[in-house]
Each structure stands twice: as structure tokens, then as C-alpha cells.
Design a binder for this molecule. Sequence first.
Ligand code: KIV
Ligand code: NA
Length: 274
Amino acid sequence: RQTAPMPVDIKSRKGGEPIVSLTAYTTPMAQMMDAHCDIVLVGDSVGMVLHGLPSTLEVTMEMMILHGRAVSRGLSRAMMVIDMPFGSYEQSSEQAFENAAQLMRETGAGAVKLEGGQHMAQTIEFLVQRGIPVMAHIGLTPQSINTLGGYKVQGRGPQADVLMQDAKAVAAAGAFSVVLEKTPQGLSDEITASIDIPTIGIGASAGCDGQILVVDDMLGLFTAFKAKFVKRYADLGDLGEAAIAAYAADVRARRFPGPEHVFADAAPKVKAAQ
Ligand code: KIV
Ligand code: NA
């Protein structure tokens, strides 16, 4: 995968053409977005989106590696970033390095993403100095849902300055970009103007240097709930259920399989039997 952009290329797009990003968890989804996205994120949202977990807290290294390998097989030009799961990096810089190296080694990801601002800056610097590009993630950080107290907008009122300091800290630590999740529009724009690395918004602002969405959300495949910041570009969940209902009706009425789906008892003469 020589043509994939490098984290430094992404960083150099600060203030330029918006960076396009989506999550992916499987090979076919990765193939679908490879030509259209700059960054494909193997998000730990995989736990909720594909495995039916109630939050991202139960996602393991093993799950990330399995899905990371699947996504990697579907990409030839987009850059792949992989989430560090809850519990794999918070304890120490050494723990973070060991797990980040394993994620990159075993999946072919070009960078890792981890959640946290000022308190993770030291770890980000430790990783970057040792060859691991880091995308930071601040604002609503779903792995901290139990201390944040819910999926609410982050950085309103007096918390705005904390979020600005978080953004500055991860940029100074050497992150090549930062995800801003569920942060007010004006503050998101101020942060974008105040740091020299690209901001990737999700529920942030069209003024960010890039955008990211969970692919199953924007395709209408994940319908357990819809956040305000999700725009549905398709309703594949409804289409899929209608197709399954049609199949069930066909089977029950013996309309499926049809003559074109079954095999003759004698092999055809001209063409080799299939
Ligand atoms: O796991 C995920 O999908 C993410 C994005 C929403 C940024 O972290
Ligand atoms: Na995530």
C-alpha cells in the first residue's frame, strides 16, 4: 500500500481541502470507501455497531486487530488509522507503546487514535517520538462515558477553555490531527484556528479541517439511535429488511429458488459443468 497518504501528508492539509474520513470494520466497506476517503478509521465503535455492545468499554485488542486486518485487506489508497481500545493505553506510556505497536504490526495501520487531551499529552509525545503517529480525540470521548456522565455536548461555558487547552496540548505533543467530537460550533472553529494540526469534526463544525462519521450511521444500517450530528445518506437498514422479508415470503411460497438458480441432472453438453 505505497500510495496511502502518510500522517505528515494529512498534517500538511491543515487549512486546505477538507479531509474526508469514515469508519470501517470490514473488507467490503473498506473497499467501498477506499477511492473516496483520505482516512479510514477502524473505530472502537465497532463494539456497538457490529457486536451489539452497550458502549465501547468492552472492546478488546483482539477485536480491534481482527477488524483492523479485515479493513486493511480492503484498502489500497486511503490511510488506515486504528483506535486504541479502552484499557490499552491509559496506565502508562510504556503500556500505550506496546499496544500501539502491536496494533500497527498486526493490522498494517499507519497510525493509532486514542482519547484524551492534556492528561494524554505525555503519552502522545512518547509514542510519536518512537515512530507511532497519533491522532488525538477530544471533546466527547466515549470511553470516558462513566466519568463524563452521558453523551452530552462538551466544552460549553467554562469548560470551553479546558477543551481549548486539550487541543493545544495534543498538538504540542505531536499528534498529526485531532478529532473534535460533539463540541460547540464556535468553539470548534476557534480551536481549528488556534492549532497547527487538522481538526476532524464529528458533531463539531463545517469549519473543521475534515469530517468523520460512523459509516453504519450514515448508511442507515445502525439504527439503535441517531445522534443529531449524523446525516443519513441512505437507509440501507430498511432496504435490507425489505429484501429479507421478500426472501422469506418467496421461500414460504416456493417461489425461490427459481429455474435459473437450480442445476440440471445431466451436465450440459457444450460447456463444462459448473
Ligand atoms: O470509534 C469511532 O467510530 C470514532 C469516531 C466516531 C471518531 O472514534
Ligand atoms: Na472511537
